[in-house]
Ligand binder design. Structure first.
Ligand code: 13P
Length: 242
């Protein structure tokens, strides 16, 4: 059985004080959420420590948005896996398109980060996705297959989540057609040796489209950006209707 995992990716939003305001409104809404749904918040590094304390005893699990492959060293601006696990972080987003696009992340560095995360017991969320131009050129399949193959060299697929996030659908309100997202996610699954890896869809997931997205048979959850910043919106998303 594949797990259902709904994750919020706060990106570079929310101070610690704002994170606490969010939780005050959000945590009570979890009472309605079916127990088999895993709920995560992937937050800026500066919010991790306080959220680790505030989420203690709740069913919301904590994720970071990046991790370095070394345990320590002269890598200014980076954070290592032991630094994350020490404060109760369990998940980490790796290879988000914003990191690939703005910070020079490659399939090779993505692979190194995933290895380090797993070595220290973190569950990586590997993000893949094509640009609008690549889609228009008919290159979606090859781009996605390459990102998966190169990102997953020597990776343990029993401790892994994948997120398919078409870049043109991120933050644009231009959601990928649910059937098309389902098709690409099926294609990703065909590349894997473990058929039970949860594969999420991400890109303009909102309260008004989550029910349709989750009705697709290949889609095991969502990676939610903008709509995870508002407690009521994220609550509606995790409480999607079957
Ligand atoms: P939006 O939900 O804001 O489109 O962002 C998606 C995303 O990038 C999640 O990682």
């Amino acid at each position: 059985m594949r797990k259902i995992v709904i994750a919020g990716n706060w990106k570079m939003f929310k101070t610690q004080a704002e994170s606490q305001d969010f939780l005050r409104d959000f945590l009570p809404t979890l009472e309605e959420t079916p127990s088999e749904r895993e709920v995560l918040l992937c937050v800026p590094f500066t919010d991790l420590n306080i959220l680790s304390k505030s989420l203690h005893g709740s069913r919301v699990q904590l994720g970071a948005q990046n991790v370095h492959w070394e345990e320590n060293g002269a890598y200014t601006g980076e954070v290592s896996a032991p630094m994350l696990t020490e404060i109760g972080v369990r998940f980490v987003v790796i290879g988000h398109s914003e990191r690939r696009q703005y910070f020079g992340e490659t399939d090779e560095t993505v692979n190194l980060r995933i290895r380090a995360a797993q070595k220290h017991g973190l569950t990586p969320i590997l993000c893949v996705g094509e640009t609008k131009q690549q889609r228009d050129n008919g290159e979606t399949e090859i781009i996605i297959i390459n990102q998966i193959k190169r990102g997953l060299v020597d990776i343990d697929q029993s401790n892994l989540i994948i997120a398919y996030e078409p870049i043109w659908a991120i933050g644009t309100g231009d959601t990928c057609e649910t059937k098309e997202a389902n098709r690409v996610i099926g294609l990703i699954r065909n590349q894997l040796t473990n058929p039970n890896v949860p594969i999420q869809y991400g890109g303009s997931v909102k309260p008004n489209n989550i029910d349709e997205i989750m009705a697709q048979p290949e889609i095991d959850g969502a990676l939610v950006g903008g709509a995870s910043l508002e407690a009521a919106d994220f609550a509606r998303i995790i409480n999607y209707q079957n």
